[in-house]
Write a protein that binds this ligand. Structure first.
Ligand SMILES: [Mn+2]
Length: 425
């Protein structure tokens, strides 16, 4: 006997995409549509995969002032499920807490919303047989400061599978006392086959048996939420480890494009590099639209040009021309210039002045990992609080090298007059 269902959470329908939408009215419209489109993709998937039911673990709406448009579109999608005889179970999270729901909002048949007074149980039946008990509780207000885990008590006469839905913050992901905080152990020690979590936007399987899963939000909302976003398709079978498959459903995907301009001194080469990186990204995922952030790095003769006032704005205008008319589109939302002047460090280091001495010293640390480790070790004595040292201790070898590199550039750019740089032109 197998059970197959979809687990999603944090739809955040009607997200305003504040800030991002200011760039361009056409883009604002497309972004506004994205949360709805990704939810529609989930419903399409549920129907085509003929799942038993879907679970939505809170934060369906972004705002407690649920717009009429968002409510109507949510209902329209639920009705499609209902028409296909697929039940939906949902809890309300901190963004869409139960106290904010409109009384006139009646749900289609086969759609079940959990109350907020205690953990409730609803049973999914197949041909009259109890296949799965689903447990859940909704937020009544924006905050729940209690750990809700102890309220989840499996029925003495359980169905074949027991599934729990919970919207809150797991200790191994982060600390926030406002959102029903719990420890992973609170959940794994309880006799449930699957914990369908919501609240954390980065998808993560915290435990695979028993399964404890954050599916993440199905639609990223800014550059803090880059990459594929989706839902989980889950199969449960008695005596078998849960099978959890992540399915991307985002309508618009946020991504970073790193462009290394080392040795590039020509603006048309720069444009080609960006075009190539963008094309490779679009080809890798034909189902998504993209909003991209380009990060320009490296020592380049274009450094001064790129740092001129208004330069990145003009660059973006050029790169975005005609993009919104194409389907799928790839919009470049920002360009971060982190380039530096081309600097002939080797040459400068040959000298015998103060700066040459500094370069020689830095090169020693770059080449000798043990020397660098000894340096960071000494910081223990130099820094006031042990807390700071513990943070430093967590840096990897690579991170230490990156910090050293950054320090080198900060130091040299302050010591060397920019005018004396060889800017390659
Ligand atoms: Mn939340």
């Amino acid at each position: 006997m197998k059970l197959k269902f979809i687990h999603t959470a944090d739809l955040h329908l009607d997200t305003p995409f504040k800030g991002l939408g200011d760039w361009n009215p056409g883009l604002a419209g497309k972004l506004k549509d994205a949360t709805y489109r990704s939810f529609r993709n989930i419903i399409d998937l549920s129907i085509s995969e003929k799942v038993d039911f879907i679970l939505i673990a809170g934060d369906i709406f972004d705002s407690e002032i649920m717009s009429l448009a968002a409510q109507l579109r949510f209902l329209a999608e639920l009705r499609r499920l209902s028409d296909n005889s697929i039940p939906a179970y949902f809890i309300c999270g901190n963004h869409d807490h139960l106290g904010a729901w409109d009384r006139s909002f009646s749900l289609p048949p086969g759609v079940f919303r959990f109350g907020s007074t205690d953990v409730e149980k609803m049973t999914y039946l197949r041909n009259g047989e109890a296949i799965a008990d689903i447990y859940g509780i909704s937020y009544q207000d924006s905050y729940i400061k209690d750990n809700l885990a102890p309220l989840y008590i499996r029925s003495k006469d359980p169905a074949l599978f027991s599934i729990a839905m919970l919207h809150g913050m797991a200790d191994i992901v982060g600390r926030d006392e406002r959102y029903a905080p719990f420890s992973l152990r609170d959940l794994t020690e309880r006799p449930f086959d699957y914990w369908a979590l919501g609240h954390v936007h980065k998808g993560r399987v915290l435990s695979d048996d028993p399964a404890v899963v954050y599916p993440g939000n199905p639609q990223g909302r800014d550059f803090g939420e880059i990459g594929q976003k989706g839902c989980c398709m889950v199969e449960l079978e008695p005596g078998v480890k849960p099978v959890i498959k992540f399915v991307p459903v985002q309508h618009v995907r946020f991504e970073d494009l790193d462009i290394d301009l080392t040795g590039t001194n020509d603006i048309s080469v720069l444009m080609n590099l960006i075009d190539e990186a963008r094309d490779a990204m679009v080809i890798s995922d034909r189902n998504s639209n993209f909003v991209l952030r380009i990060l320009l790095t490296g020592r380049t003769g274009l450094h001064k040009l790129l740092n001129r006032p208004g330069a990145t704005k003009q660059l973006l205008e050029e790169l975005n021309t005609g993009q919104l008319e194409s389907e799928p589109f790839s919009w470049i939302g920002s360009a971060e210039v982190m380039t530096s002047m081309p600097l002939d460090i080797e040459n400068i280091g040959q000298g015998s002045d103060f700066i040459a001495g500094i370069i020689k010293n830095i090169v020693r640390y770059e080449k000798d990992g043990e020397l660098l480790a000894a340096l960071t070790g000494n910081l223990e004595n130099e820094l006031p609080a042990g807390r700071i040292f513990r943070e430093i201790d967590h840096f990897s070898e690579n991170e230490k090298q990156e910090i050293l590199d950054k320090a080198k550039w900060i130091l040299l750019s302050r010591l060397v007059d920019e005018g004396s740089f060889n800017d390659g032109s």
